[in-house]
Ligand binder design. Structure first.
Ligand SMILES: Cc1cc2nc3c(=O)[nH]c(=O)nc-3n(C[C@H](O)[C@H](O)[C@H](O)COP(=O)(O)OP(=O)(O)OC[C@H]3O[C@@H](n4cnc5c(N)ncnc54)[C@H](O)[C@@H]3O)c2cc1C
Length: 461
């Protein structure tokens, strides 16, 4: 293969469009095929996370291609979780220990647009819309592309093919036909439905702008993220089946009754709620674990195509963007004559355990969001955790902080989280308020249990 092969990308979503830019900046020409029409000319349909939370890992990847400022000017900082109880009481649980530790709400469409525009502006990226990757012949290195509107099939010869075609990836399906591959897809028995809370009349927000709102109700929840023009996108997460579930919400009266009793304050702020509920699709959520993500020196999977996760840690896109940073660094280290098989193998080894770790933490975080945040014991532990993070800065970093406000391996965050939950349980035993926590005992436990992990993995503390 020539030193600078043309790279073919399937899927111009968030990860594909960022990857094309990364590769163009490294001097590669890119041919990118996207199943849908150009989203700069067509509104994307309601349903699949209109907005999402971007945090440190995602911003770091944007910084590498010089786009952090261009993107972040459209983002709204969310400093904590605003918990809505049934009786209308509100309480804010801050995400970090300082104001700059926040997550940021951004429109999927705007983010994708900015990335596509900058990718095309390099003049090294050609995007073929309405170009669905339909199947791959790896032996002859031919990708068959199907235009679903015109019903036309074309053949495209590739040097290197990268699948960024999302959680239901065709490239993955094609690769996984080989006997050396494995793939598991766990579908959560919960669905989600998006609903829009409009901006206030005359502009402005109907609820606190700088927060991620949560209505935790034990086995289900509603959340809301702010949009740039004053609206909120609300998402209901509910089991498909069971006593309180989508299957029980069959008529307008069912939906009216459910929302007005479970989320009365939100219900009063969403006109057309019942109509939207029946018009908008119900999404499902998958965890995809597969491997290896590459085939010899000719094909690789990244982003959701390789490791889709459930959305409860707000990390799917951040993790996919981190894939782009890691690949970028590996290409930088590889020099002029790239051995693609070796590069793909290195990438897979560096990422696989980490993406498995965030997949598991995302599932765990669902229970935290829909249930534990409303529990007084959990709130006490979180309050103690905040005290420890401030008092023992750099020595105690919460799992949430490691995942969301740092670039350390997800695996380290996972291991630290296990130690921290034991440590918090011990420190909260027998106390009623966070201020009574025994700081001497905390210092001792941190030194004994947490510091060795940070020292081994990060070389300090
Ligand atoms: C409800 C919800 C909330 C979320 N919230 C967050 C959040 O707050 N923070 C966060 O970081 N992540 C979040 N995520 C996860 C995030 O949406 C995904 O991780 C991210 O979109 C993955 O990007 P991707 O480019 O890999 O895949 P996608 O965004 O799915 O893009 C894939 C692209 O490939 C195209 N495509 C598909 N098949 C083909 C084909 N055969 N040929 C050509 N093109 C194809 C698609 O049209 C699409 O443009 C959320 C997800 C959901 C469902």
């Amino acid at each position: 293969m020539s030193a600078k092969p043309v790279i073919t990308i399937a899927g111009a979503g968030l990860v594909g469009s960022l990857l094309s830019l990364v590769l163009a900046r490294r001097g590669f020409s890119v041919e990118m095929f996207e199943r849908r029409a150009d989203l700069r000319e067509h509104q994307i349909g309601a349903g699949r996370s209109i907005n999402l939370a971007i945090s440190t890992r995602g911003i770091h990847a944007l910084k590498q291609v010089g786009l952090d400022a261009d993107v972040m000017k459209y983002a709204i900082p969310m400093r904590g979780r605003m918990i809505h109880s049934k009786n209308g009481d509100l309480s804010l649980q801050p995400y970090g220990i300082s104001d700059d530790q926040c997550i940021n709400s951004i429109s999927r469409q705007i983010l994708n647009k900015v990335l596509l525009e900058h990718a095309e502006a390099t003049q090294k990226v050609r995007i073929h819309f309405n170009g669905k990757a339909a199947n791959v012949d790896f032996d002859s290195k031919v990708l068959t592309v199907f235009d679903e509107d015109k019903k036309v099939r074309t053949k495209h010869q590739f040097d290197v093919l990268i699948g960024t075609d999302g959680y239901a990836s065709t490239i993955r399906t094609e690769m996984m036909r080989g006997s050396d591959y494995h793939c598991s897809i766990d579908t959560l028995n919960y669905g989600y439905k998006e609903l829009t809370m409009p901006a206030a009349k005359g502009g402005g927000y109907l609820m606190e702008k700088n927060a991620l709102h949560i209505w935790p109700r034990g086995t289900f929840m509603l959340i809301a993220l702010p949009n740039f023009e004053g609206s909120f996108t609300c998402t209901l997460f509910l089991p498909f089946e069971g006593p309180v579930s989508f299957e029980k919400l069959q008529t307008p009266a069912d939906v009216h009754q459910f929302f007005s009793s479970e989320f009365p304050d939100a219900f009063n702020l969403i006109p057309n709620l019942v109509q939207m509920f029946f018009e908008n699709p119900t999404g499902h959520m998958d965890t995809v674990k597969c491997g290896p993500w590459f085939r010899n020196d000719d094909a690789l999977l990244i982003g959701d195509a390789a490791h889709a996760i459930v959305p409860f840690f707000g990390q799917g896109m951040n993790c996919g963007f981190e894939d782009c940073s890691v690949l970028n660094e590996l290409i930088g280290d590889a020099g002029e004559e790239i051995d693609w098989a070796q590069l793909f193998n290195r990438f897979y080894k560096k990422r696989k355990d980490n993406t498995d770790a965030i997949a598991d933490m995302a599932v765990e975080n669902f229970v935290e969001m829909r249930d534990k945040v409303a529990d007084s014991r959990f709130q006490l532990e979180k309050a103690v955790e905040k005290i420890l993070e401030k008092r023992f800065a750099g020595k105690y970093i919460s799992r949430y902080g490691l995942v969301t406000f740092s670039n350390v391996d997800y695996q380290l965050a996972f291991q630290a989280g296990q130690i921290e939950s034991e440590l918090l349980a011990a420190l909260c035993q027998g106390i009623e308020s966070a201020e009574s926590v025994d700081l001497k005992m905390a210092e001792h436990l941190i030194k004994e249990k947490l510091s060795p992990l940070f020292k081994a993995q990060l070389g300090h503390q």
